[in-house]
Design a protein around this ligand. Structure first.
Ligand code: 2P0
Length: 345
């Protein structure tokens, strides 16, 4: 960021489309300023995306206007303003920019599909593009790294959406890993074409935000044990993804979902985001897997909706099961799959 300190704001417009991601090993708990308490690993999606258009204009003071699907959203604008204010320590000229944001999602806001990951990665890409217009990064990989860094400061999980396929974030044994930004992970061909069918059992705004949920890891009785478990699950998942061991990936995926929600249920100020239908769907998936031996696994984000993960080879049989057996427990079903990452529009 240091080399972008001495810029003078210019008018600029840009537009980016960025996807959501689903964590296989969960980020739940922070240290310092937006740094993860443990490494996490996710799959970037294709269809669940946010499209964001931003115009930057030199201005007397920092101002932000945000329009979500034709509706002015002062609360979201305030969140972006607070974020940009936090960047003025490194980018002092940001205090003299007017920012106008027009954004749309392909999925319902607050439905437990990580709209903060897609939304804030899309915004971070627009912001990085703005910096790039004034001072080029020198290479696409430095541009991506900077976008991931800026996305993390807005929302942790957003830093992983900058890359397609499988992505890691957080210091670990992998070369080049960092708490500051995410990195793409190469995996075995077994995992080249993964599907994620999201069983949306409830599309309402969740009662406790993820930011608040992370906060409750402070003084959590199980926090240190959870971080150790996540580090171990992370290591085992990377090894299994690289050796093509779908069964190990699937069993850790499900264990991580339960651990994440167990942390919510046992936090100071305990709560749950699960609904009866979340449990029914997960149980039906386990029975289906036992009966058919097909590799269908579930996971959860910070919400009640169940993500069903499986290789594309089994798409027909598995989507027939989903449509015939699970539809009655869902308000909607989104059939998504691994994607290649953000795109400039
Ligand atoms: C994750 N989640 O790894 C975990 C698992 C949800 C469940 O990261 O406070 O919106 O903006 O950094 O990234 C959701 O939390 O939190 C999240 P902030 P974020 O995807």
């Amino acid at each position: 960021m240091e080399s972008f300190r001495e810029l003078r704001p210019v008018p600029f417009e840009t537009k980016w489309r960025s996807p959501a991601n689903i964590a296989f090993v969960k980020y739940w708990g922070k240290k310092g300023h937006q740094l993860p308490a443990n490494p996490s690993l996710s799959l970037t999606l294709k269809e669940c995306v946010t499209e964001t258009e931003v115009s930057f204009t030199p201005n007397q003071k920092l101002s932000v206007e945000l329009i979500l699907v034709d509706e002015v959203k002062p609360l979201f604008a305030q969140k972006i303003k607070t974020y940009l204010e936090s960047l003025t320590a490194d980018l002092p000229w940001m205090a003299n920019v007017g920012v106008r944001i027009k954004t749309t999602n392909t999925f319902p806001h607050g439905a437990g599909i990580a709209s903060s990951a897609s939304g804030l990665s899309a915004f971070a890409l627009c912001l990085t593009d703005y910096l790039q217009s004034m001072k080029p990064h020198g290479s696409p990989s430095l541009f991506e790294k900077h976008a991931s860094y800026l996305a993390r400061l807005a929302s942790g999980s957003a830093c992983r959406s900058i890359y397609g396929g499988f992505t890691t974030w957080g210091e670990c044994d992998l070369l080049g890993s960092s708490d500051l930004y995410a990195n793409p992970l190469s995996v075995h061909t077994e995992f080249s074409h993964m599907m994620d069918s999201v069983i949306v059992v409830n599309a309402k705004e969740k009662s406790v935000s993820s930011r608040e949920g992370h906060g409750r890891l402070q003084n959590h009785f199980f926090a240190e044990a959870r971080y150790a478990q996540a580090r171990s699950n992370f290591k085992d998942t990377v090894a299994a993804l690289q050796s093509g061991d779908l069964q190990t990936v699937g069993s850790i995926l499900e264990a991580e979902a339960f651990s994440l929600h167990a942390m919510m249920m046992t936090s100071p100020g305990p709560y749950t985001l699960l609904k009866p239908n979340s449990l029914t769907v997960m149980e039906m998936v386990r029975v289906f897997r036992e009966e058919t031996k097909l590799p269908l696994y579930f996971t959860l984000d910070a919400g009640p909706n169940v993500h069903l993960i499986y290789p594309e080879n089994y798409k027909n049989k598995i989507q027939t099961f989903i449509e015939n057996e699970l539809k009655s427990f869902a308000v909607t079903i989104i059939h998504d799959q691994a994607g290649e990452g953000p795109q400039k529009c």
